[in-house]
Ligand binder design. Structure first.
Ligand SMILES: CN1c2c(nc(N)[nH]c2=O)NC[C@@H]1CNc1ccc(C(=O)N[C@@H](CCC(=O)N[C@@H](CCC(=O)N[C@@H](CCC(=O)O)C(=O)O)C(=O)O)C(=O)O)cc1
Ligand code: HCS
Ligand code: ZN
Length: 772
């Protein structure tokens, strides 16, 4: 049986971030809708043609999105809350972006593009949250108990037809109805979203029908929730949904796609579904192949996710063939595919012309991954000899990475091999440290601070780009950053903040900045990956043992502290967050790599303390995101993640105050681990939930101090004093007032100065009012 190659989704952003430019120009009113749509269409055409040229036979359509594919699904089925003013019919771009970013005058990410602050009450953006355990964020669908669904976007059909017109037959992708419902939230948690399934399915049927009429033979339906622990009701929902959908369009074949983990206890349900094909992730869960083969109907087409869609390493193609050849020889129809959509990988390694050639030879981005699949296909269809050299090159590349002197640093290995438990323990318990810190810092009740970054203005980014390109000299760039820092420090003093920050102007990103200074990391120039909407990140690549050749942040801290008598926080990204937001080596456990980073950060903490810092913040924004998707793996992860934070934080004296910060986190089910981190102060995102997230801390009688965010920094809207006073009262109703700090939800890098100035003035006024 001939083997074919499929892709499940391709990066949307364009090799030169064309989509970002087109979106931001459109939002700024610089270009019309037609220009944005033309760019989007050109990007899709290029991606389809490129995938075909690279050897993929099954190419997706509708994997493209102007902002987010879950939002696209909400638009498709008409889940558009009333506040967005949708009047029915096709949901236009205005409605779509209002959901994504809020409507003008409302509380939404960057809805004001003119740089002035405003306090209007338009429609806020929909809530955003993490897509499974990735650094991609989706817009959470919000369902009402009486939710009606109706077709409001024909995007899937349009894009299928668009590809067809270019002579490319595609397999349209839809987010499956059950995962879609499970990923949403309902007003007040008063009903089970799955109860809406029967009402939702007719819209899916309508979409499928339109695709069949247009000539589609297969459709890819993504149900990634099948790799989660699911309630019993979900199993029945899957059965019902696919009975209905498959029966509705008998000529259409359904490839059910699962990724990010093992089907595990959902396998029996999946194998009972009347679908025509099943995609499984054999990178995260290689062991599931045997069980799937044993239970799958003989006619079920298996799509095997054999190339890692979540990492950047070249595969050992011989090793994959050893596992897959027996399956092919057994006569089943097999499709080869990446483990998941390639959305989470950068596009093309060939654009990286400055990488160490040895290390470059270990890497594969989206383009290279599709090439790997087509080589595998040839080896399976024509025999290994037909591509022997390429296969052996791949094995050699993988072997050379495992044994290269570049990845090994014996000093690092020795240091992390036996961790004395005392290294992960502060000298005294919190209550003793607290008294010493109080004496040293002498802060008022409800002390005020910010989370670290101040606006990354176009000027800051431009100066950094010009410095990177050699247009401005080191000294000029440094002087520019000093002036920014000086202005920020003076302004913080003027506005009356108690604990200051230097502003992070010198940082491109809170992870990349550290990656660039640690050994064992390499960083790229063009390897952008979408984080949300038009915001992208360039995750550093951890290829070897991690060490800190020299202090990374001390000089900037020292300079900022030299300008003021108030304490300036040392500002670091924590080991778990650096790990989770990087591409990580796969030749040793993540826990080991994390521990190496923890020691590097520990040394930085020690240097900051030695330089005189009395407060050091270690951000762990991604600690919760790294939680495994299955609950039975949480304990292990939390064990090493918390230990790594403690290794990083515990080298200081009792009087040095350690802060941590977490955004995008839900704490209820991990609160004991948060407490076990033993930070002196934790700042968290709570403004949007109106302090509800604090319930976890009050219920647990969390002992240390907490800065619940009183200002939603994802919004350009300036909160009034009264709003923040009310939030502080809500916090004080949950926790003793002497435990509370006053701060925004997160860093202010994405905001503009006019908003920040007013918002922080109001925040300080709210703190002063609370002190009375
Ligand atoms: C807190 N968040 C973060 C996550 N992950 C990270 N790795 N970092 C994070 O901060 N995950 C969860 C959230 C997600 N939130 C965000 C928020 C904001 C961004 C963002 O703003 N991304 C920027 C790119 C940031 C960056 O690396 N900037 C560089 C390069 C800037 C650039 O494009 N320069 C241009 C030239 C500019 C000019 O000439 O004016 C160029 O090189 O061509 C820098 O500042 O130096 C974005 O723009 O998307 C991401 C995630
Ligand atoms: N210190 C960082 C944390 C973001 S999660 C900042 O302020 O941007
Ligand atoms: Zn944050």
């Amino acid at each position: 049986m001939t083997v074919t190659v499929a892709t499940l989704g391709f990066p949307r952003i364009g090799p030169k971030r064309e989509l970002k430019t087109a979106l931001e120009n459109y939002w700024a009113g610089k270009t019309p809708e037609s220009a944005l749509l033309a760019t989007a269409s050109a990007l899709r055409a290029t991606a389809w043609k490129q995938q075909r040229e690279l050897g993929a036979e099954i190419i997706p359509s509708n994997d493209f999105s102007l902002y987010d594919h879950v939002l696209d699904t909400s638009a498709m089925v008409g889940v558009i809350p009333e506040i967005y003013g949708w009047k029915g019919g096709q949901a236009g771009l205005e409605t779509y972006f209002a959901m994504a970013r809020g409507a003008q005058g409302g509380a939404a990410e960057e809805s004001c593009t003119h740089g002035h602050a405003h306090t209007g009450h338009g429609a806020p953006a929909a809530e955003m949250t993490k897509w499974f355990d990735t650094n991609y964020h989706y817009l959470v669908p919000e369902f009402a108990a009486d939710q009606n669904f109706r077709l409001a976007s024909t995007k899937a059909l349009n894009e299928y037809l668009e590809a067809k017109a270019l002579g490319i037959e595609t397999r349209p992708v839809l987010l499956g109805p059950v995962s879609y419902l499970l990923l949403g939230k309902n007003t007040g948690n008063k009903f089970d979203p799955l109860s809406l399934l029967a009402r939702l399915l007719p819209v899916y049927r309508e979409v499928l029908q339109s695709l069949v009429r247009a000539g589609a033979q297969w459709v890819q339906i993504d149900e990634p929730c099948l790799v989660l622990d699911l309630p019993d009701a979900a199993q029945a929902a899957f059965m019902h949904a696919y009975d209905v959908l498959v029966a509705a369009e008998p000529q259409l074949r359904v490839m059910l796609t699962t990724y990010f983990g093992a089907l595990g206890d959902n396998l029996a349900t999946v194998l009972a579904l009347p679908v025509h094909g099943l995609h499984i992730d054999l990178i995260r869960a290689p062991e599931q192949l045997a069980a799937v083969l044993a239970g799958a109907r003989p006619d079920l087409v298996l799509s095997l996710g054999v190339i890692d869609g979540r990492n950047v390493w070249k595969a050992d193609l011989n090793e994959i063939l050893d596992r897959i050849e027996p399956v092919v020889h057994a006569g089943r129809r097999i499709i080869l595919a990446p483990s998941c959509s390639l959305l989470h990988t950068p596009i093309d390694l060939e654009r990286e012309t400055e990488l160490d050639p040895d290390i470059k030879n270990w890497l594969a981005f989206a383009v290279q991954k599709i090439k790997e699949l087509s080589i595998l296909r040839r080896a399976l269809n024509e025999g290994r000899e037909s591509v022997r050299n390429i296969l052996d090159d791949s094995s050699r590349a993988v072997a050379s990475r495992r044994t290269s002197g570049k990845i090994n640093d014996s000093a690092v290995k020795t240091r992390t091999a036996h961790v004395d438990p005392s290294l992960a323990r502060r000298a005294s318990p919190f209550q003793i440290r607290r008294e010493l810190q109080k004496q040293k810092l002498n802060l008022p009740p409800y002390p005020t601070t910010t989370i670290g970054s101040f606006p990354q203005t176009p000027e800051v980014r431009k100066a950094r780009a010009e410095h990177g390109n050699g247009i401005i000299a080191d000294a000029v760039y440094e002087q520019f950053l000093r002036e920014e820092t000086l202005r920020a420090v003076r302004w913080q003093e003027d506005v009356g903040l108690d604990v200051l920050v230097h502003g992070e102007f010198e940082r491109n990103d809170m992870v990349q900045y550290f990656g660039e200074q640690l050994s064992g990391f390499i960083f790229t120039k063009h390897a952008w990956v979408q984080s949300y909407g038009s915001r992208y990140v360039r995750p550093p690549i951890i290829f070897g043992d991690v060490a800190r050749p020299k202090p990374m942040t001390v000089e900037w801290w020292r300079y900022a502290q030299s300008l003021t008598n108030r304490p300036v926080k040392g500002m670091l990204t924590g080991p778990v967050t650096i790990l989770n937001w990087s591409f990580v080596r796969d030749d040793q456990p993540r826990s080991e790599t994390c521990r190496q980073i923890a020691f590097a950060i520990r040394d930085e903490v020690a240097d900051l303390e030695a330089a005189g810092a009395s407060i050091i913040q270690i951000d762990e924004a991604a600690l919760r995101e790294g939680l495994p998707l299955r609950r039975d793996e949480w304990r292990n992860y939390l064990g090493w993640a918390v230990e790594c934070f403690r290794i990083a934080a515990s080298g200081v004296g009792d009087a040095t105050q350690i802060h941590t910060h977490m955004c995008y986190s839900e704490f209820n089910d991990i609160i004991s681990s948060i407490a076990a981190m033993d930070a002196d102060v934790i700042s968290i995102e709570t403004a949007r939930s109106k302090m509800e997230l604090l319930d976890a801390f009050s219920g647990y009688q969390y002992p240390a101090e907490i800065g619940p965010g009183v200002y939603d920094i994802h919004s350009p809207r300036v909160p009034e004093v009264l709003e923040m006073t009310t939030l502080l009262k809500a916090a004080a109703a949950r926790l003793p007032a002497d435990q509370l700090w006053v701060n925004p939800d997160c860093g202010l890098k994405t905001r503009k100065w006019p908003e920040v100035r007013l918002a922080i003035e109001n925040m300080v006024a709210a703190a002063l009012a609370a002190r009375i």
